[in-house]
Write a protein that binds this ligand. Structure first.
Ligand SMILES: Cc1ncc(COP(=O)(O)O)c(C=O)c1O
Length: 445
């Protein structure tokens, strides 16, 4: 057991001499138990990356997590993004508790759906009409389907390093591509035919988008507005505008996937912050505090084909009452309390503090921070990276892995790829403790 007050009593050097680490005894036992009946002991392959063992978390509250060994963590993984208000936010918990008494699924609409949709549309000026689903993956696929139905074309232009879910048509190679290229499936068992409709481009390279669109038959261009799935990389000045212009010229739809950035970079997400919007926008993670809710938002015209039933969108669990209740409560708190300036201030403090710690050592820890409440740690040049190739050349995955493991031993838990999410529940005292732990982690590398 490690309490926050004692985070510095257990060093990585000690864990290396003690094998297996006594910090994670119960997590190891839980993992072994699950592994006997659950493939790999996890239910999302991303969680296989947990070291020295995928942790079993007992509970979360605010910005803190407790694992089954009673270790306390300052949480920056935020459930991979959704916990923008922190864990078990009282207003969300209350709304969900009240909703449970009404039942969950009616094979019909519920009374909360209109309120959620009106609130959502009220925040984002470029969204007139929405459809709700359960995950970012499926809403990205719905966006592609609407694009194909609208344009009568097939191909999807997307970008290496970006992620749009794990299903066959969009889960394609994430590596650096020197030229627009055909997609290569990323996983065993994937349909090469489904992936073949994707043309991959290098992000922040407008010539490649131009050439891909010139090749014809492109229904849509799909991107994260800020690359968050392979480093944290800003669009180059004018890039989004240039892509939008090319889409208009070629009659392709511009789909902006705000699954990470939506309601996180600010209330109006990346599109609000950058002053540009696409034809279709996708939101998930931060809109419902960890409950399964995702949104496709666009114009009434573009969604009309779905409303008429010509473009199919379905799902047994869509708009379960508790998810919609969580969504309304989350949006209400975000709108009413406007936590964004404070989250940005704390994230800036975190980024500056980490950079300062690194400058006191000869370790080349770099922190990419672009505003909002997320930042990326990597080991490479300190200047911001501008492309996937630049990110790859300036990242040392082994060193990052060791840093993250040492941080975890000291009670700090960013995501397994070095992306940090700050929530409305973090405060200066937690940032101070985080920096203290980071200093100790760096000293052990
Ligand atoms: C940008 C982006 N799009 C889509 C997805 C897929 O969302 P989900 O995991 O809800 O299916 C993710 C997941 O991390 C994402 O980061």
């Amino acid at each position: 057991m490690r309490s926050l007050a004692r985070v510095n009593t257990h060093t990585r050097k000690q864990t290396m001499t003690l094998a297996p680490s006594p910090l994670y005894t119960r997590s190891r036992a839980e993992h072994a138990r699950r592994k006997a009946v659950i493939a790999g002991g996890v239910n999302s392959n991303v969680r296989l990356a947990g070291t020295p063992v995928p942790l079993t978390i007992a509970r979360g509250s605010g910005a803190l997590l407790w694992d089954v060994d009673d270790n306390v963590y300052i949480d920056y993984a935020a459930g991979m993004g959704p916990m923008v208000l922190g864990h078990a936010h009282p207003e969300v918990t209350n709304a969900v508790q009240q909703s449970l008494a009404t039942g969950q699924l009616f094979a019909g609409q519920n009374q909360l759906e209109a309120e959620f949709a009106e609130t959502f549309v009220g925040v984002l000026p470029w969204v007139e009409s929405i459809r709700l689903g359960m995950s970012g993956t499926e809403m990205d696929l719905l966006a592609v389907r609407i694009s194909r139905a609208t344009t009568g074309r097939t191909k999807v232009v997307r970008f290496t390093g970006h992620y749009h879910g794990w299903l066959d048509p969009l889960f394609v190679n994430m590596g650096v591509t020197p030229e627009p290229m055909g997609a290569v499936p990323l996983t065993a068992g994937q349909s090469a035919a489904a992936a073949a409709d994707v043309i991959l481009c290098d992000w922040n390279n407008i010539e490649q988008v131009d050439r891909a669109l010139e090749s014809g038959d492109v229904a849509c261009v799909l991107m994260e507005p800020v690359m968050c799935n392979s480093g944290l990389i800003q669009p180059a000045p004018g890039y989004l505008e240039a892509v939008k212009k090319l889409c208009n010229q070629h009659g392709a739809l511009f789909i902006i996937d705000e699954v990470i950035t939506g309601f996180r970079l600010g209330l109006t997400g990346a599109q609000g912050a950058l002053g540009i919007h696409g034809d279709i926008s996708i939101y998930a993670k931060a809109i419902a505090s960890g409950f399964p809710l995702a949104v496709l938002g666009t114009t009434t015209d573009l969604l009309a084909s779905v409303g008429r039933g010509e473009v199919n969108h379905a799902g047994t669990y869509n708009t379960g009452v508790s998810s919609v209740a969580a969504g309304i409560a989350t949006l209400r708190v975000l709108i009413d309390s406007d936590p964004y300036p404070e989250m940005a201030r704390l994230t800036q403090r975190l980024a500056d503090g980490l950079r300062r710690l690194a400058s006191d050592t000869d370790i080349n820890l770099a922190v990419d921070y672009i505003g909002g409440s997320l930042c990326q740690t990597r080991f490479g040049k300190p200047d911001p990276v501008t492309s996937l190739a630049d990110h790859v050349a300036n990242s040392d995955p082994d060193l990052l892995g060791r840093f993250l493991e040492a941080l975890q031993d000291h009670g700090v838990r960013p995501t397994s790829r070095g992306l940090w999410f700050v929530s409305a529940a973090h405060d200066d005292a937690l940032i101070d403790k985080t920096l203290e732990a980071a200093g100790q982690a760096l000293a052990q590398l």
